[in-house]
Design a protein around this ligand. Structure first.
Ligand SMILES: Cc1cc2nc3c(=O)[nH]c(=O)nc-3n(C[C@H](O)[C@H](O)[C@H](O)COP(=O)(O)O)c2cc1C
Length: 326
């Protein structure tokens, strides 16, 4: 059987299937199920910066005055407010996951809040940290460069304060993914996850209301991520992680062929239950056998742009011919 074990963020993992940060990873019982079902690694549900800021606002003024330092504020938070629950989740998850690495996740929109919290996550047993960064542009006065500078600044500030390897989960909205990924690797990101599938809103016209759009991805949503991993492999100075629309062993292997170190799954598990992990894992192994590869590591990057430098299909964005409507 082809070997699926590999490393992610420098950590040995038994296979490249990572359960992505979501409702699925917000409780220790699910972490145990994920580990039993065969996950290679597990990313916990993100702790959201907005939650922490709300918690901060709720701290009595005199207490804040008595603890002016960020460390003291974070300690106060950690012992009394929402982030304490997250640290507990990390501890519980680490014991529920057994040997499967647990990766903490924090959602950041400013670059000044997380410094000390990252250290606490490490003490709680997280093996790595994923930063889920997707700032909303807010106004036309905010330039693309302003937003990119913010993302890089968050990563740099966290990376100098923690020894945990950092993954950065990006939204697909960047003008030049080559540029932002290079800057992130320079700022300390050891991996980038391409891409997050952000919350979607929709309208209910009859109720004249904003409602949630589809939470689950479909099986055809992976192509944008695949394109960028195939183009970035061998160019980016960090690991690449496939995300969004990975529902089958075949799609997972396409990402490995593109150059992904690991792949993240959420909707496939939401749709099919935890058993999906074991079936995708086993099928990946037998597909690799059929393809004549002894391991996932040997297969990685075999269809990346690096192996086909002259092939312009990798950068093709337009349909050159009209689609025949018949
Ligand atoms: C209900 C739900 C909650 C999610 N929560 C988070 C989160 O807290 N942090 C995060 O980085 N991604 C979150 N995600 C995004 C997923 O981790 C994943 O990137 C996205 O669903 C695309 O992968 P998929 O196609 O396998 O679903 C969430 C997704 C869903 C459906």
């Amino acid at each position: 059987m082809a070997q699926l074990s590999t490393t992610y963020l420098g950590i040995p993992v038994r296979n490249p299937l990572v359960v992505s940060s979501s409702n699925l990873t917000a409780h220790k019982d699910n972490i145990r199920k994920a580990a039993e079902a065969g996950a290679g690694a597990i990313v916990l549900k993100s702790l959201f910066e907005e939650q922490i800021r709300k918690d901060l606002a709720a701290i009595p003024a005199e207490q804040l005055e008595a603890n002016p330092e960020a460390q003291a504020m974070m300690n106060a938070l950690a012992s009394h407010w929402g982030s304490a629950d997250y640290l507990q989740l990390v501890k519980d998850a680490v014991s529920a996951a057994g040997p499967v690495p647990v990766i903490a996740s924090i959602n950041c929109i400013h670059d000044d809040l997380w410094l000390d919290f990252a250290e606490q996550l490490e003490s709680a047993g997280a093996k790595a940290l994923e930063l889920n960064i997707a700032p909303f542009p807010q106004s036309p006065k905010v330039s693309a460069k302003d937003l990119e500078d913010l993302v890089v600044s968050i990563v740099r500030n966290v990376s100098v304060r923690t020894r945990l390897p950092l993954a950065v989960k990006l939204s697909p909205y960047f003008t030049n993914p080559f540029a932002i990924v290079e800057r992130l690797a320079g700022a300390g990101a050891r991996a980038v996850v391409l891409f997050n599938r952000l919350y979607r809103f929709d309208f209910d016209l009859k109720k004249r209301a904003i409602v949630s759009g589809p939470a689950k991805s479909g099986t055809q949503e992976y192509h944008e991520s695949l394109r960028w991993i195939a183009n970035l492999y061998g160019v980016a100075a960090c690991e690449l992680v496939g995300g969004t629309g990975i529902h089958s062993a075949e799609t997972a292997l396409k990402f490995i062929a593109a150059g992904a170190q690991t792949v993240q799954l959420c909707s496939a598990i939401n749709a099919g239950g935890w058993a999906v992990l074991g079936s995708i894992r086993d099928e990946m192994s037998s597909m690799l056998d059929e393809l004549g590869y002894a391991s996932v590591d040997a297969f990685r990057g075999s269809l990346s742009r690096r192996t086909h430098p002259q092939n312009e299909q990798y950068e093709r964005l337009q349909y050159l011919k009209a689609i025949d409507p018949r």
